[in-house]
Design a protein around this ligand. Structure first.
Ligand code: FAD
Ligand code: SIN
Length: 525
């Protein structure tokens, strides 16, 4: 049976939930999420959400810091628009029930992270994402117009391709009618049709061996839009978070928030020596591209497989009060952060590029919006500033919702969409092939397309990936679908886009650092 709604939302992080709540008073919303509703990158956000709250901060300062971090590749008008709307959207989030930490005088307690010239990060202890999702999940579950489909996996967006047309990227007016969705409980692929569709599928950290992202972050939305011939941009800018907890037994990696450096923690080598002064006058609070590369370099110099974060000089009571999750996590591993340095290592964290959108979240495909981490608005340029992503997701979900509400009544649901054709597929019992291919892709990306790249490494990665791509397509065509197989396919597509966009660059900038085009001192050391 085909399911119809005015709005279809794919993804239940901050982006999907805000959009759903903003459109739900105007029409019926179907919201699909591939596991349980709260599971998302949003849920694990620690540091918080950047916004201009009080003097001496100003819109102008926040804009300048963002543009500096983006290394000249941000779209300045988008940066101004998103930061300009930040106070209003934060108020919305608070009105929806989110609680941010306050000081004794009732003012919000603001944290500071890399690249920020002022204290401007609203937070809830060190588990801000969990608090945002708690508040939004409650409202979404209460709303009578929102129907939630958990454990439903979007496989492909439906376009003219599924009506028998040959859709290339030059096809005039590619349109989205809805999505095909796998319900693993029944093994059936269901057809979801809608007037306006939002892609809110988040990040793709799983293309690497080490990532702070949960296992749902497989870049599904970017891959679906790429396959549908929509425009995807800036994928070479993959951000590595400098400080994930060094723990070989845990994947995904546990994050040690940058806010702890904002509070005074200092990066050191294993023998207790500071090193960031060699790379940037802002030392441990330099932007992330600089800090991650510096750590990578220090590890190469020393041969150690991690560096350390030293909190031992900080006020212990305040430290535990502000960062209770990190304190507990480290203690469970025998690390008392009041006395011991924390072993840390960079991990893949955030994809700055994605589905290209305009200032209203419209993608290049008619009726399809995209927002949040799967989208590319131009906000982040070549390097996202810390805690700007939740802000971008919040503002753009709201803008997309306003646009979709204005336009959905001018769109008809397309009635003649065929159901998914599973003819000729057989049960796939080759899980070992899927797991092995996934490990191969992750290892290719980590070894050749990580923090430091080169033309030779990229070419090698491209050739290796090509083989896995062909094998996986063969498997896909003949298999009854499973989420794992679809995710592998998406991971390969996203890895391909990262490599392809990186190969096109003839300079080192921000998060794309190539030994072939480097003028910094990093590789000289
Ligand atoms: P997500 O929150 O990732 O949600 C994506 C949703 O899409 C999920 O519900 C997922 O299940 C669903 N989905 C995906 N594919 C499919 C599919 N095929 N079918 C159906 N559903 C699908 N940013 C900040 O600004 N401040 C921070 O402090 C911060 N801390 C972070 C800490 C960690 C550990 C991580 C991983 C990220 C952090 N970030 C932070 C980044 C930020 O959390 C994300 O960029 C942001 O939450 C993305 O929100 P989103 O709604 O776009 O995607
Ligand atoms: C962190 O808390 O360090 C993560 C912040 C971010 O990724 O924006």
């Amino acid at each position: 049976m085909q399911k119809r709604s005015d709005f279809l939302v794919i993804g239940s992080g901050i982006t999907g939930l805000i959009f759903a709540l903003k459109v739900a008073d105007k029409g019926k919303v179907n919201l699909i999420s591939k596991t349980t509703l709260p599971e998302s990158n949003t849920r694990y956000a620690q540091g918080g959400i950047a916004a201009v709250m009080y003097p001496p901060d100003s819109i102008e300062k926040h804009v300048k810091d963002t543009l500096d971090c983006g290394r000249g590749l941000c779209n300045e008008s988008i940066v101004r628009l998103i930061i300009g709307e930040s106070p209003d959207r934060i108020r919305d989030l608070i009105n929806l029930g989110t609680q941010f930490d306050t000081d004794h005088d009732g003012k919000y307690n603001l944290g500071r992270e890399g690249g920020h010239s002022e204290y401007r990060v609203l937070h809830h202890k060190d588990n801000t994402g969990q608090e945002i999702i708690r508040a939004l999940e409650k409202k979404v579950r209460e709303h009578p117009n929102i129907e939630i489909f958990e454990n439903h996996f979007a496989i492909e967006i439906i376009t003219q391709h599924h009506l028998g047309h040959v859709v290339t990227k030059h096809f005039p007016g590619i349109k989205c009618y809805g999505t095909y969705v796998l319900n693993p409980a029944t093994g059936k692929v269901e057809t979801f049709l809608a007037k306006k569709i939002l892609m809110a599928t988040g990040g793709a950290g799983m293309i690497y061996n080490n990532t702070t992202n949960p296992i749902i972050a497989t870049g599904d939305g970017v891959a679906m839009v790429h396959r549908a011939r929509g425009i995807v941009e800036n994928m070479e800018f993959v951000q590595f978070h400098p400080t994930s907890l060094y723990n070989l037994n845990q994947r995904p990696s546990f994050l040690i928030t940058e806010a702890i450096r904002g509070f005074g923690a200092v990066l050191k080598t294993l023998d207790g020596k500071e090193f960031m002064h060699k790379y940037d006058p802002r030392k441990s609070l330099a932007p992330r591209d600089v800090v991650a590369r510096a750590i990578d370099q220090e590890m190469k110099i020393s041969g150690d497989d991690h560096v350390c974060l030293d909190c031992t000089q900080l006020n212990s009571d305040e430290l535990i009060n502000k960062f209770p999750t990190i304190f507990e996590k480290c203690l469970s591993l025998g690390i008392d952060i009041r006395k011991d340095m924390i072993p840390v290592v960079p991990s893949a964290h955030y994809i700055c590029g994605g589905i290209k959108t305009d200032a209203f979240g419209k993608s290049s495909i008619i009726n399809l919006y995209a927002a949040g981490e799967c989208a590319s608005t131009g906000m982040h340029g070549a390097n996202r500033m810390a805690s700007n992503s939740l802000l971008e997701a919040l503002v753009m979900a709201n803008r997309a919702a306003e646009s979709a509400v204005q336009e959905f009544n001018k769109t008809e649901i397309y009635e003649n969409v065929p159901d998914w054709n599973a003819e000729g597929t057989v049960l796939n019992e080759e899980m070992i092939l899927i797991i092995q291919s996934l490990r191969e892709v992750q290892s290719i990306m980590s070894n050749y397309v990580g923090i430091v790249r080169s033309n030779l490494r990229l070419k090698r990665a491209f050739n290796r990936l090509n083989l896995i791509f062909r094998e996986t397509e063969e498997l896909y065509i003949k298999s009854i679908l499973s989420p794992r197989l679809c995710e592998l396919r998406n991971i390969i597509s996203v890895a391909y886009l990262v490599i392809k966009h990186a190969m096109k660059r003839t300079n080192s900038i921000g998060l794309h650092y190539s030994l072939d085009y480097s003028d910094s001192k990093i590789e000289d050391l």
